[in-house]
Design a protein around this ligand. Structure first.
Ligand code: NAD
Length: 249
């Protein structure tokens, strides 16, 4: 029960890595705010947690909208009184679209959700995390560490997330707040499984991953919990690769 009585916000908690992490935090005793733009799937995550006698609560958020993120944090504080961990995880993909094919709308959407969403979360959450000596974890990506895991907008957004981790780790340390990131490789979530060319993508992921397979979302959740836990008390500013060796090549 590493997170007993802790309040944890998980953005993108309705699916994939966010869902697995929300469930893992709840299993460890946290009160989990499952925050997502899709109410139905987020409420499914809440139901899965309740079914195991865990504590969870849905709050709508569109992370690309600063007011919505501010409201998420305010509502969490009104409900639970304090905030201990903010897992900034929601993102969208760009289907690997190259720069010259990237429309203004795609660029704005991907940067808005993936990068501005992380910034809005940090700006809203950090003052409250300072009160609890809490921490933030951001979902970066192998696309934060090199090209060709996404397209132009996704890669730029995820490099930005890794930059935020470094900057915020230095800014927040004075308040005793740690800031880290996680860089997954290929993880079997809706991002991949709903792709029309899934077979082709699966072959590519297996080829670039020394461990030769997709990760399950739970294999990302556990390292997130580690970074958010007291076991990582001297770790800040780290983007931890959980990529089956992808970026070792
Ligand atoms: N799946 C992978 O292989 C992989 C690899 C590296 C990084 N990632 C990252 O992991 C994170 C989670 O992705 P996933 O694979 O679980 O995908 P997913 O599509 O299963 O989950 C993403 C969740 O984010 C939510 N979301 C999307 N836009 C939102 C918004 N504007 N506001 C609030 N919620 C929003 C979706 O509704 C969904 O529940 C993302 O940051 C993604 O970039 C995934």
């Amino acid at each position: 029960m590493r997170f007993k009585d802790k309040t944890v916000i998980v953005t993108g908690g309705g699916s994939g890595i966010g869902r697995a992490t929300a469930i893992a935090f709840a299993r460890e005793g946290a009160r989990v705010v499952v925050a997502d733009i899709v109410e139905e799937s987020a409420k499914e995550t809440v139901a899965l947690i309740h079914a195991k006698a865990g504590l969870a609560h849905f709050i709508f958020v569109d992370v690309s909208d600063a007011k919505s993120v501010n409201a998420l944090v305010a509502s969490t504080l009104a409900t639970f009184g304090h905030l201990d961990v903010y897992f900034s995880n929601a993102a969208v993909i760009d289907a690997g679209i190259h720069c010259t094919e990237t429309t203004d709308a795609l660029w704005a959407r991907v940067m808005g959700v993936n990068l501005s969403g992380c910034f809005y979360g940090a700006r809203a959450a950090l003052p409250h995390l300072a009160k609890t000596k809490g921490n933030m974890v951001f979902t970066a990506s192998v696309a934060s560490l090199g090209a060709m895991a996404g397209g132009a907008s996704y890669t730029a957004s995820k490099y930005g997330v890794a930059g935020l981790v470094n900057q915020l780790a230095c800014e927040a340390a004075v308040d005793g707040v740690r800031v880290n990131g996680i860089a997954p490789g290929g993880v079997l979530t809706n991002i991949f499984s709903e792709m029309k060319n899934f077979d082709e993508v699966e072959t590519m992921v297996k080829a670039v991953t020394p461990l030769g397979r997709f990760a399950q979302p739970e294999e990302i959740a556990e390292p997130v919990l580690f970074l958010a836990s007291d076991a990582a008390s001297f770790i800040t500013g780290t983007v931890l690769r959980v990529d089956g060796g992808w970026r070792s090549k």
